[in-house]
Ligand binder design. Structure first.
Ligand code: CTP
Ligand code: MG
Length: 157
C-alpha cells in the first residue's frame, strides 16, 4: 500500500517540484505584464511571474533528468505551470484577488494538467491518475500549512 503510494508520487515528482519551486524562487515581473482581459480584470494577476514560471519549468526538467526520464520532467514541468496559470486565469474571471483561496482549483490545477499531458510518456493507469489526484489535495494543504508556518508563504493555503 505505502509502496504503491510512493510509486505514484515518484511518477509525479517533477510536477510537484515544478509547482513548489515558484513559491520559493518566484517573484518579480508578472508574466501578463499587467495586462487585462476583455472583462477589464487582470489576465493572470501579479502572482504569476516570469521568474516563477521559468524556475518551475526548469525545476521539473531537472527532477526528470535526475530520475532518468528527462522528457517526462520537461512535460510535467510545463504542464504544472500551465495548469497553475489556467487556474489563475479562471480565478481572475471569478473576481478572486491574487492569493485568494479557490478550493480544489488551487490544489489540483497543476497536477491534472501535468498528469494528463505526461500520460502518453508515463503510461500511468486510470488508477494511478485517480490516486495522484486524491493524494494531492491533502498533500497540498499540508505543504501549504508548513510553508506558512515556516514563513515561506504568507497565507496558510
Ligand atoms: N509564483 C510565481 N510565479 C508563478 C507561480 C507562483 O512567482 N508562476 C509565486 C508568487 O510569489 C505567488 C506564490 O508563488 O505569490 C504563490 O503561488 P500560488 O499559490 O500558485 O498563487 P496565488 O498566490 O494563489 O495566486 P493566484 O490567485 O493567481 O492563484
Ligand atoms: Mg495556484
Amino acid at each position: 500500500m505505502i509502496h504503491q503510494l510512493l510509486a505514484v508520487l515518484w511518477i509525479y515528482l517533477p510536477a510537484y517540484v515544478a509547482n513548489a519551486a515558484p513559491v520559493v524562487l518566484g517573484g518579480g515581473r508578472p508574466l501578463d505584464g499587467g495586462a487585462t482581459w476583455v472583462d477589464g480584470k487582470p489576465l493572470l494577476g501579479s502572482h504569476k511571474t516570469i521568474r516563477g514560471c521559468a524556475v518551475g519549468m526548469l525545476a521539473g526538467a531537472l527532477v526528470g533528468v535526475a530520475q532518468g526520464w528527462p522528457t517526462v520532467g520537461v512535460v510535467q514541468g510545463v504542464g504544472a505551470i500551465l495548469g497553475d496559470l489556467m487556474s489563475s486565469f479562471v480565478k481572475r474571471r471569478l473576481d478572486l484577488e491574487p492569493g485568494a483561496s479557490a478550493p480544489l482549483l488551487d490544489q489540483l490545477d497543476f497536477i491534472v494538467v501535468a498528469a494528463l499531458l505526461s500520460q502518453p510518456l508515463t503510461k500511468a493507469s486510470h488508477q494511478d491518475l485517480a490516486t495522484i489526484i486524491l493524494l494531492t489535495v491533502p498533500i497540498h494543504y499540508l505543504a501549504n500549512f508548513f510553508s506558512w508556518l515556516f514563513k515561506v508563504k504568507d497565507r496558510p493555503w
